[in-house]
Design a binder for this molecule. Structure first.
Ligand code: ADP
Length: 967
């Protein structure tokens, strides 16, 4: 990654300052908020606690008040009981005492006095004294029973006509004996008013419940009158669970009497088992909190603001030097190494900045050296580039070498630079290019053998040798043969191999006047240049090879074209030798071909020899001399230097070729049709070095010549054969024509007398010329029958010759098969006269009319049926005609139960004059079936035969329903 990238990649994350600010603010904000929240919580807690305290105080006070009130009433009543015990039950004194109490103590509504049996002795209200008849028995009441047990009785509150409560006490005599009971009905209104009027906070209120949780005092009187059950309210439940205990402080939020959330507490009125409950709506009680909150958040905001400013200042102070540092890095990244970072922070950052400045300075120094190095490297690379461009520009090795030498001299300033390359045979190093400050020096050392001297050694080992000073280097003394450098007063010498992975192509040498050390950069550069030269040399060699190859191919191609251009051997060979000398660098070329009649080789084509010379070497023996040797062995003979070649000397001491003044020669056998037919030879006056490719090419040319010789020979052969055949054919045609003419003429000439013979013999037999005896009659019969057989033969021969002479054509008409069959049946009737054979006819019904030659169809049937009779002595004959509508043909067959035909003869019976042996006695010349076959074919039909010797034969033929007239 480059400097710039490095900085860029990190600077975008940005804001160290922002992050500091963010962290500071979030810390400060968190702390402030926590503080405020805690304050608020605590305030709330205080409010709850103080309100609970207040409530508890009030509740306790009210409970006490109620208790005191009740205690007061009981004391009054006890006083009355004590005073009335001195008087008789229901006495006037008692009445007056009671009335007095009512009058003084307005909180009693009524006083009743019971005797010890529970009967009311008197009953006094504020306004009246009950009469005796209004008095009742209260012996069963709780008031009486409790008091009689000596207890104080405090009854439940009852509400109709205002809240009241009954109290009772025993009346004791001086002895302590209970002699009656006093019952007082206390008015509770005063107490109620107290409860009603209790107010605290902004909406606090109180109520009183009895020991069952029933509401007995509250500001809403109607609810009291309803005697509402409040035992489900949390505060009341708490009281009912622990009647002796006051409510917990601080007050909890619970449900109030009207179902709203309240802060409440209670205090028990122990003696009455009542509870005073105080409640204040939570919303009202805690309304303070909202105000407090407002006051709390204001400082929070202020705190954050001030804190933010403070933190921002601090962050700036920290980040400023860092940003400065960053700017410094950026400008160094951008290349200005002079940049110095200013920082007086006096802390680690300043240390960092100083370190950084130092580093920048070092970097500057380093980069200066680097630049220098890069410059030098650049020069070297440029040199290398120049060299390789020079190399790439051409395949001319010489040009390349000069360019390389020039470049090396320019860069390294050696006194001499020389390039040696191996010659083609790879055994000698030749100097191919050089730069030499002093030309005279190395005159003697322009070539080395492989392994000879330092150059030869490097070429062998493929390893460079560098001598800083040849005067002091022992290796130089050991390796150098000429000591040329010392003679030339030179000190520095180096030899680098020119090589690729597999080959050393040569050596490059450098020398200098003064001792010199090649640097670590120079050695690889020179090595690279040497490698480049190797590449170029190899490429040039390859190029030359490819060029020769393509040239050779062209030559071969041209020769190929020349020889296939004609089939005349003289022309072919003449063209070939001309082409060879034209395209390849030879002085002469010739071809000898074997002369079959006399075993010798004859010069058939040449170029480059004088007519005289050619005349003198026109014939060479097959077994002697160089040409004879090549012909005999079938092996090429090549020599670069005929005069000094022992092999050539041995073959012919006075070689004709050498005699003619040729120096190099190469001869190849010409092979045609797997046999050596001649010799192909190239020669040159000067010494010619034959390369492998060249020899291959010459061999290929010899081969091409062989093919051409063979072709020409074949052509001549074929031409002669064709001529012969043509002649024979002509003769044959003549003969056939003559034969046909002769047969036609002869047949015609024979028929006339034969007909006369047959006619007259029959007339004689029938007694036209006078009576004949039986013997004469039989003789006449024989003459007539044999005459007819003869006539048939002549007719057949005539017919056949007409067919052969193509004088036979179809006489096409619409033919009813039925008519043809009728005709055949008439013929059968005739035959039956001589042979008594059963003939059955199976003719398909409704065969449509056929378009064909009816006469020939009848003739075919006559022949087949006639044969069936001829070759059957007993049994039957079956004639069938089938319609084959699918094929559009009609099929006829004639089958017999006669002698049959040997399978070996089946193929021959349709040929002319073919008779199966021993069947001749039946009278015939073997023409019938061949006429049948020719007719069937003429009618575009086909015929076949199946037969088994001894069992019979079946001939089947089919013809198209309508013959095509155009084929
Ligand atoms: P040929 O005049 O001898 O009958 P063909 O050409 O008619 O001459 O017959 C050739 C030969 O085929 C006959 O010599 C005979 O051997 C044989 N051949 C022809 N038809 C029959 C047949 N129906 N049964 C047996 N052999 C037959």
């Amino acid at each position: 990654m480059r400097w710039k990238d490095f900085i860029g990649a990190h600077s975008h994350k940005g804001g160290l300052r922002r992050r500091l600010l963010l962290a500071g603010l979030s810390l400060l904000g968190g702390a402030l908020i926590l503080n405020t929240m805690a304050g608020l919580y605590y305030t709330r807690h205080l409010i709850l606690r103080s309100s609970a305290q207040l409530q508890a105080e009030i509740a306790t006070r009210v409970a006490l008040e109620i208790e005191e009130f009740m205690e007061d009433r009981l004391t009054r009543l006890a006083d009355l009981a004590a005073s009335i015990s001195l008087h008789g039950s229901g006495s006037d004194e008692q009445k007056q005492l009671a009335a007095l109490l009512l009058k003084n103590e307005r909180s009693f509504e009524q006083i009743a006095i019971l005797d010890e049996r529970g009967r009311e002795a008197l009953k006094v209200t504020e306004t009246e004294i009950r009469r005796a008849n209004e008095l009742s028995d209260q012996s069963e009441s709780q008031e009486f029973k409790s008091a009689m047990r000596g207890e104080r009785y405090i009854g439940p509150v009852y509400t109709p006509n205002g809240p009241y409560m009954t109290l009772s006490l025993p009346i004791r005599a001086g002895s302590g004996k209970i002699i009656g009971v006093v019952i007082g009905t206390a008015r509770l209104k005063v107490l109620w008013d107290i409860v009603k009027n209790i107010q605290f906070g902004r909406a606090g209120y109180a109520y009183v419940v009895d020991g069952t949780g029933t509401l007995i005092a509250y500001r809403d009187t109607s609810m009291v009158l309803e005697r509402r059950d409040l035992s489900a309210l949390p505060e009341v439940r708490e009281f009912l669970r622990k009647p002796e205990m006051a409510g917990d402080a601080p007050a909890a939020i619970s449900r109030g009497i009207d179902g709203e959330d309240v802060l409440s507490t209670h205090a028990p009125v122990k003696k009455l088992r009542w509870a005073v409950v105080l409640a204040e709506p939570a919303a009202v009680a805690l309304s303070e909190i909202a105000t407090v909150r407002w006051y709390a958040f204001l400082p929070l905001g202020m705190g954050l603001l001030l804190g933010g400013l403070g933190i921002s200042g601090a962050a700036n102070r920290i980040t400023k030097p860092i940003l400065e540092l960053q700017r410094g890095i950026r400008s160094i990244g951008a290349g200005s190494l002079d940049h110095q970072v200013e920082s007086e922070s006096g802390d680690e950052i300043q240390e960092l900045a100083e370190g950084f400045n130092k580093m920048a300075l070092e970097l500057k120094n380093f980069s200066a050296t680097q630049e220098q190095k890069v410059d030098q490297r650049g020069q070297e690379v440029a040199a290398l580039y120049d060299v390789s461009t020079a190399l790439n520009k051409s395949v001319d090795v010489q040009g390349i070498l000069s360019a390389v030498i020039a470049k090396i001299t320019e860069i390294f300033h050696f006194e001499a630079t020389r390039i040696f390359l191996f010659n083609d045979a790879m055994n000698e190093l030749e100097m191919r290019a050089s730069f030499e400050a002093d030309l005279e020096y190395f005159r003697g050392t322009r070539g080395f053998k492989r392994g000879q001297g330092i150059v030869g050694h490097v070429a062998n080992s493929g390893e460079a040798l560098i001598f800083e000073d040849v005067w002091t280097d022992a290796r130089y003394a050991a390796l150098s043969k000429t000591k040329a450098l010392q003679n030339a007063q030179r000190h520095f010498f180096a030899a680098f191999p020119i090589k690729n992975q597999s080959h050393v192509f040569g050596v490059m040498t450098f020398n200098g006047e003064a001792p010199r050390k090649l640097t670590g950069d120079e050695i690889p550069l020179i090595t690279s240049m040497a490698e480049q030269v190797a590449v170029a040399v190899e490429r040039a060699r390859l190029f030359a090879r490819v060029q020769t190859r393509s040239q050779h191919l062209t030559v071969l191609n041209e020769i190929g074209a020349a020889v296939s251009h004609s089939l005349d051997l003289e022309v072919i060979l003449g063209d070939a030798v001309k082409k060879v000398v034209e395209t390849l660098s030879f002085d002469a070329c010739w071809i000898y071909i074997l002369e079959p009649s006399e075993p010798c080789l004859r010069l058939r084509a040449q170029t480059g020899l004088s007519a005289e010379t050619a005349q003198s070497v026109e014939r060479r023996p097959v077994e002697r001399g160089i040409t004879g040797k090549i012909f005999e062995t079938g092996q090429p003979l090549v020599s670069e230097d005929l005069t000094n070649d022992p092999l050539y000397q041995k073959i012919s001491s006075a070689s004709k070729v050498a005699e003619l003044g040729f120096k190099s020669s190469a001869g190849f056998p010409v092979v045609a049709n797997h046999e050596i037919q001649g010799v192909f030879h190239v020669v040159s006056y000067s010494r010619h070095q034959f390369t492998a490719e060249e020899l291959q090419l010459l061999e290929a040319i010899a081969h091409t010549i062989g093919v051409a010789v063979e072709d020409a020979r074949l052509f001549v052969e074929v031409k002669d054969k064709t001529l012969e055949l043509e002649k024979a054919n002509q003769e044959l045609r003549e003969a056939t024509r003559a034969k046909s003419e002769f047969i036609a003429a002869m047949s015609h000439e024979l028929r006339t007398p034969l007909n006369i013979i047959i006619g007259h013999s029959e007339l004689t037999r029938d007694g036209t010329f006078g009576a004949v005896n039986e013997q004469q009659q039989a003789a006449m019969q024989k003459i007539s029958r044999n005459g007819r057989v003869l006539l048939k033969m002549i007719n057949d021969v005539l017919m056949l010759s007409r067919i052969e002479a193509k004088k036979m054509s179809l006489d096409v008409a619409t033919v009813e098969i039925e008519e043809v069959i009728e005709q055949a049946q008439t013929y059968v009737e005739q035959l039956k006269r001589d042979h008594h054979l059963e003939v059955s006819w199976h003719i398909d019904k409704n065969i449509p009319p056929v378009l064909t030659d009816s006469m020939k169809l009848e003739e075919i049937l006559h022949n087949l049926i006639g044969n069936a009779f001829k070759y059957t002595s007993e049994g039957s004959i079956e004639v069938r005609v089938r319609d084959l509508p699918d094929k559009g043909r009609v099929e006829f067959s004639v089958a017999d139960t006669g002698v049959g035909i040997d399978p070996a003869n089946l193929g021959r019976i349709f040929e002319e004059f073919e008779q199966v042996k021993d069947s001749g006695k039946n009278g015939g010349v073997g023409l019938g079936l061949s006429i049948v076959k020719k007719y069937v074919e003429l009618m575009q039909g086909d015929i076949r035969v199946e037969s088994e010797p001894g069992k019979g034969s079946k001939f089947t033929f089919s013809i198209p329903r309508s013959v095509s007239l155009h084929s």
